[in-house]
Design a binder for this molecule. Structure first.
Ligand code: ADP
Ligand code: MG
Length: 461
């Protein structure tokens, strides 16, 4: 802790430069962070500012991973977790310590010692991965790779939106291979970790031994998994190094698994060399889970955490949190924490109150490109077929462009997917249409109002 205290300012400053954090963000988020305590190799931090759970969870989500990496880099200290807690919780913890309270450790079901490999987290396995329509293909592909690494699908490229299970599947592959073959050398890294190592390497002036160490680490593995590759693109040196690593491993028949938030073809600045490399392998996407899958996942998590939760509240969560499993888990964790702290069972009233940040009220329908196109067509009194047609008359072109803009801003659908729904148009057409409307919105009040109106029709609350 001493060293951490001594270097705290340096750590924050480094973080600011390394992650290109603006002055205003630095002053409002990072400067007010204060070291509180280290316990069980977890670092607790308090925030000298707004204490709402939204702010604290934002801080945790946004900054704790970069912090972790920075602390590792600067003082070579690795924490299992970094948590931003409220000042109230901090005071409470202090009090509990003072009276030498016996701490009731939350029993974690997966506390067995990590075997050999520290980059693989035993918590994420195929056993506890719920398969639904949205992820069946990805799960099958991942399992095939786990069973025969380097043989059939190389690389395996998993893509999908945030919180839909990409990391879980990669970790499951790692755990599976490790189980089958404890000697296998498996390396899982986030692309930030990879980037940081490349940067570190360059800082040591491409020092030959450092470079050798880096290569030894990455080019001697049997399985390399790089998570969230989208963060590597645009970073020249990192991209270059990854490219060589990739080629070296691939040539030796070593398995490579990559995840990203989009398919390679949608990563506009991704080097073409990569696109063709990735095309050699298998692409597997994970889509949004349907209600049944969300419910099954929620039930699984509840079971894992040995918690009691009423069926109606489970339904409430699964119905309302639709596009991100991590959020479903976050909501559940919040209820568990509340229930343990207050020592009461969760009622619907409590759930509704506590989950306000996760659940926006009255979401009655999911906003999809289909829905948007239907609403726009209806608004302009034309048909969906006309929207998707080749018709170039202005009475159709403009609604079509508005739909492009709305699909692009209100959903996370890829440009390809939007283009497909709008009559097989390519992504540049969609961008062009969307940009045109965006410019108009900036310049013309009428367009602004029109778009606002349609938006309200799409999402009436
Ligand atoms: P991503 O890497 O795609 O952002 P994660 O793999 O981190 O998402 O998943 C977020 C959380 O949701 C994790 O805790 C993971 O265990 C859980 N999760 C996602 N999909 C499933 C699933 N099909 N079954 C069980 N848990 C899942
Ligand atoms: Mg992930």
């Amino acid at each position: 802790m001493e060293e951490l205290v001594k270097k705290w300012n340096e750590i924050l400053t480094y973080l600011k430069t390394e992650y290109e954090i603006s002055d205003v963000a630095f002053n409002s988020w990072l400067k007010p962070l204060e070291l509180f305590q280290i316990e069980d190799n977890k670092l607790y931090i308090t925030y000298n500012g707004d204490q709402s759970s939204m702010t604290l969870s934002y801080l945790t989500r946004k900054f704790t991973t970069p912090l972790k990496i920075t602390i590792e880099e600067l003082i070579n200290q690795q924490y299992d977790e970094i948590l931003v807690i409220s000042q109230e919780d901090a005071n409470q913890l202090k009090k509990e310590k003072d009276v030498e309270h016996i701490k009731i450790e939350e029993t974690l079901p997966f506390e067995e010692k990590r075997m050999g490999n520290s980059s693989i987290n035993p918590r994420f396995t195929f056993d506890n991965f719920v398969v639904g329509r949205n992820n069946r293909f990805a799960q099958t592909a991942a399992l095939a790779v786990a069973e025969s690494p380097g043989e059939f699908y190389n690389p395996l490229y998993i893509y999908g939106g945030p919180g839909l299970g990409k990391t879980h599947l990669m970790q499951a592959i790692g755990n599976y291979i490790e189980n089958q073959n404890p000697k296998a050398n498996i390396l899982y890294v986030t692309s930030e970790e990879f980037t940081n190592e490349v940067i570190e390497n360059m800082r040591t002036n491409n020092n030959a031994t450092a470079m050798q160490r880096f290569r030894d680490k990455y080019r001697t593995v049997d399985v390399l998994m790089v998570d969230d590759i989208q963060f590597i693109i645009g970073k020249e040196a990192t991209q270059e190094e990854f490219f060589h690593t990739f080629n070296a491993l691939h040539a030796m028949g070593k398995q490579i698994v990559i995840s990203s938030d989009k398919p390679p073809k949608d990563m506009e600045t991704l080097d073409d060399r990569f696109k063709s490399r990735f095309d050699m392998g298998l692409m597997a996407d994970i889509g949004y889970p349907d209600y049944e899958t969300r419910m099954a996942i929620l039930n699984k998590k509840i079971e894992e955490k040995k918690f009691n939760l009423d069926e109606s509240i489970r339904k409430y969560i699964a119905e309302n949190i639709q596009s991100n499993i991590r959020e479903i888990e976050g909501a559940l964790n919040k209820l568990i924490a509340f229930s343990r702290l207050e020592k009461i069972d969760i009622t619907m009233e409590i759930a509704e109150r506590e989950l306000q940040n996760f659940i926006s009220p009255n979401i009655s329908r999911e906003i999809t490109p289909q829905l948007i196109i239907e609403v726009v067509a209806e608004h302009f009194n034309i048909t969906v077929d006309q929207m998707a047609s080749k018709n170039r008359s202005s009475s159709v072109v403009r609604p079509r462009q508005i739909a492009m803009y709305l699909c692009n801003t209100m959903t996370s659908s890829s440009l390809q997917a939007i283009g497909l729904l709008l009559g097989g148009r390519d992504h540049s057409t969609i961008i062009h249409g969307a940009n045109k409307i965006e410019d108009e919105i900036d310049k013309e009040e009428a367009t602004r109002n029109l778009v606002e109106t349609i938006k309200k029709k799409i999402n009436p609350n």
